[in-house]
Design a protein around this ligand. Structure first.
Ligand SMILES: Nc1ncnc2c1ncn2[C@@H]1O[C@H](COP(=O)(O)OP(=O)(O)OP(=O)(O)O)[C@@H](O)[C@H]1O
Length: 253
């Protein structure tokens, strides 16, 4: 299986060399088509890692290859194009534009790239059908539920057919029913479209939708678990790891 993400000995220091080490000698590999979770207590470096993997921020040391490209060697202009074409983002707070319809929000990344309207509309039809929001396209974000907003945001992240989708606490603002629906959608996207997904979460239930979970502690990879394709087994393994790492009995860090 092809490696889509290869991270070798990455360190991130904030505030100049030696000031505060948020990531310390992190190495990891993610296969194409994997759905990988990243867990760890507050301040363990999860968002820092996501930002570095997605070229939003730079590493202090180490190498990162995404889809065979060395992103640590890219100049800002090249990195911006890479971000636009190869990766998608899903955020806890959706980040939809309030003054645009759902259709226009989803279309935006392709409209900015001057892609033909018919191509954009076909892509929107396919994705909104998978995500179950085809009835919501003419509405504005304020007219949607939280779960519908997040599913629209996932469509927007996918409209450019990215190699990797980075999701930072995508269910953090949702009730448990909407969270499960969004996670089912991510799982469906992962298996139907083969999109690699890397998701930061504090929640063991959310993490149990993944294939594999990496645990961060104090900026280092502390361990990983998988469930051999069995969601219940993965959930149990996550709870065990959280207990070892000092998480709560509710499966959150
Ligand atoms: N821009 C920054 N400047 C200085 N320190 C930072 C910066 N961003 C993050 N940090 C520090 O780096 C460490 C890791 O932060 P990060 O946001 O990656 O953690 P996290 O695991 O995502 O936490 P949370 O679960 O609370 O979001 C923290 O101690 C944080 O205070």
């Amino acid at each position: 299986m092809k490696n889509i993400v290869e991270v070798s000995r990455v360190t991130k220091e904030y505030g100049g060399a030696g000031a505060y080490r948020a990531l310390n000698d992190v190495s990891l590999t993610i296969h194409e088509g994997e759905f990988v979770g990243i867990m760890g207590s507050s301040g363990s470096g999860k968002t820092t890692l996501l930002h570095i993997l997605s070229t939003i921020d730079g590493a202090t040391a180490g190498n990162i290859h995404i889809d065979g490209r060395d992103i640590t060697a890219m100049k800002e202009e090249e990195a911006a194009k890479f971000r636009r074409d190869k990766v998608g983002f899903v955020f806890q707070a959706y980040q939809l534009l309030d003054n645009m319809t759902v259709r226009d929000n989803i279309a935006l990344p392709l409209s900015l790239n001057n892609v033909k309207a018919s191509v954009i509309l076909n892509g929107i039809d396919e994705l909104t059908e998978i995500l179950g929001i085809e009835e919501q396209l003419d509405k504005y974000p304020y007219e949607l539920s939280g779960g519908q907003k997040q599913r629209a945001a996932i469509c927007r992240a996918l409209i450019t057919s990215p190699k990797v989708v980075f999701a930072d606490e995508p269910t953090g603002a949702l009730d448990s029913k909407s969270a499960s629906e969004v996670l089912e959608c991510l799982k469906d996207i992962n298996s139907r479209l083969g999109t690699t997904i890397i998701m930061v979460t504090h929640d063991a239930m959310a993490a149990s939708y993944c294939d594999r979970i990496l645990f961060l502690k104090d900026g280092r990879i502390h361990g990983e678990v998988d469930g051999d394709g069995d969601k219940q087994m993965l959930f149990a393994n996550i709870l065990n790891m959280l207990a070892v790492m000092g998480g709560s009995e509710h499966g959150r860090l």
